[in-house]
Design a protein around this ligand. Structure first.
Ligand code: 5RP
Length: 262
């Protein structure tokens, strides 16, 4: 039940709940991945159940697809949907320009494709994700398994010329094996501490053969909804240059806080 949520989960929940207010009947939606996005999918399911909202969702991972189906969201592929009205997703970090680091949940590739194919992207996050400068969170980069060590070495070489504080690169593991993404690729995490020029780094990384995509989302996000553990939400719209402070009440709900196993 809501009263049992930790402050961080409350923050994620209120951000997700507020974001779902922006969903309109008939929309085609990109559904993000991660714990905050999971709250959003649950809130969407609640609106579908309670209001008869009709939407189609394009999930950004097998995890999100499974949850969406569980809560009654009609799921389709991006190829079928072609273009989306709105994507709602979490982030690992965001700055004042709404540049993001994403990929903590290893779904950055589908997330970036889906967000880019959307008229609008809303990021939902707890307040701890806001940073003055990106880079404290390790930057995920998706690489193909073939020759991954060579690709890693090329990334390390490239970082020498970049405005970053640290240059450690590690392969993300799942137990004693490399973690595999939904596209059967690997993730290397770039421990940079501070990224001086995120736009340049994003471009340069994607020039390296073997790199599929990086977790820097630049000029993709339009709005961030920041949740706080006490129910406050800040809605920041980068295009309109506006920010509002609001409050979401926790209401008991019989399905949204049930354990769906996500
Ligand atoms: C997954 C992501 C997530 O959106 C990001 O890791 C945030 O996750 P959470 O909401 O669990 O903090 O990019 O690839």
């Amino acid at each position: 039940m809501p009263a049992e949520l930790s402050p961080i989960d409350k923050a994620k929940f209120v951000a997700a709940k507020r974001a779902v207010d922006f969903v309109q009947d008939g929309m085609k939606l990109g559904l993000g991945t991660g714990s905050t996005a999971a709250w959003m999918v649950r809130c969407l399911g609640e609106r579908i159940r309670d209001e008869g909202l009709r939407v189609t969702g394009v999930p950004t991972s097998t995890r999100t697809a499974e949850l969406a189906r569980q809560v009654g969201v009609t799921v389709t592929s991006l190829d079928d949907a072609k273009w989306l009205d709105l994507t709602i997703d979490g982030a690992d970090e965001f700055d004042a320009n709404l540049a993001l680091i994403k990929g903590g949940g290893a779904a950055l590739l589908q997330e970036k494709i889906v967000a880019t194919a959307s008229d609008q992207m809303i990021v939902i996050a707890d307040a701890a994700k806001e940073v003055a400068q990106l880079g404290a969170f390790p930057l995920p980069v998706e690489v193909i398994p073939f020759g991954w060590q060579t690709t890693k070495a090329l990334i390390e070489e490239t970082l020498v010329a970049m405005d970053v504080l640290n240059r450690d690169v590690t392969l993300r593991m799942n137990g004693d094996r490399p973690l595999l993404t939904d596209e059967a690729n690997y993730i290397v995490d770039l421990h940079l501490n501070r990224i001086g020029n995120a736009r340049q780094l994003a471009l340069v990384l994607n020039q390296i053969p073997g790199v599929v995509e990086n977790g820097l989302f630049i000029d993709i996000c339009d709005m961030v909804i920041i949740g706080h553990g006490d129910g406050r939400v800040q809605v920041r719209d980068i295009n309109a240059g506006t920010e509002s402070d609001e409050r979401i009440e926790f209401a008991a709900s019989d399905n949204i806080f049930a354990d769906l196993g996500d």
